[in-house]
Design a protein around this ligand. Structure first.
Ligand code: ADP
Ligand code: MG
Length: 253
């Protein structure tokens, strides 16, 4: 891997389909280490599709274009290999895994990553210590660790749990798909603060959202608008403010 501060994800003329239905129609986007990007856009414009294609979801076919990590294509890499590289996708709808405790799940994920990097794996006690530190950072109750993964978690707890996963795994690209949906104002603020606390200087954050409010906490460097599977406009946070006031239609004028 090249020097950590110069990591770049380049999405070039990306076209993708599902069952031959075109969903992405030429997405261009360059994300550099340390930057915070937001994608907004109407429902059905392809935002979730883009995040799943970046993480290598097998249901989608890339029909044209490329995704480059430090100038090397990742299109032939499996979702697992991409995750090992440090691509982390927080799903719009996190899955529940009844019967598997959160701490066991997290330790398995953590140790798989360690093994991959030829680093020592952690025994349950040492891992508990590490996880407890991260929990404090994002204001989570330690009892979370002993509950089944996401089972019966409130919307806010599921989101915070994903931030915990991100904090434990060495994340270079964190994609948060509507992390704010279903959160009340206090939960939104604490999730946003958690994201910023665990973000390292070399992490790329890609935040998909409908709401200006989350952006006020996160302060993105770039705001992109997606429509019909393309990025149709890029600006800064004032673009998001304009959209909030005028709606998406005004962009097309
Ligand atoms: P967004 O996240 O911006 O709301 P999505 O990426 O979820 O949009 O969806 C983009 C488009 O792809 C939508 O029109 C949606 O109906 C369509 N789509 C998503 N999954 C499938 C599928 N499995 N089969 C057919 N169309 C799909
Ligand atoms: Mg979506």
């Amino acid at each position: 891997m090249s020097s950590e501060t110069s990591n770049t994800l380049k999405i070039q003329n990306l076209h993708a389909t599902i069952n031959d239905i075109p969903l992405l129609n030429g997405v261009n986007l360059t994300l550099n280490a340390g930057e915070i990007h937001t994608i907004m856009g109407p429902n059905g414009s392809g935002k979730s599709t883009l995040s799943k294609v970046i993480s290598g979801h097998p249901s989608y076919s890339v029909t044209q274009g490329n995704i480059l990590w430090n100038d090397k294509s990742i299109l032939d890499l499996s979702p697992e290999q991409r995750a090992q590289m440090g691509i982390f996708l927080a799903f719009q709808y996190p899955v529940e895994i009844p019967g598997v405790s959160n701490i066991d799940f997290l330790r398995l994920a953590y140790n798989t990553r360690q093994k991959n990097k030829n680093l020592p794996e952690l025994d349950p006690l040492s891992f508990l210590e590490l996880a407890s530190e991260k929990l404090k950072l994002i204001d989570m109750d330690p009892s979370f660790l002993n509950r089944s993964v996401n089972e019966g978690f409130s919307g806010g707890e599921k989101k915070r749990n994903e931030i915990l996963q991100m904090a434990l795994l060495d994340t270079y690209i964190a994609i948060l798909d509507e992390t704010d949906s279903g959160l009340d104002i206090d939960a939104l603020k604490s999730v946003a603060q958690g994201i910023l606390k665990i973000k390292k200087n070399n992490t790329i954050l890609l935040v998909i959202t409908h709401y200006q409010r989350l952006l006020n906490y996160i302060h993105p460097d770039f705001v992109h608008v997606m429509e019909k599977g393309q990025i149709i406009k890029t600006g800064n946070i004032s673009l998001a403010q304009e959209l909030e006031q005028k709606g998406y239609n005004y962009i097309k004028l």
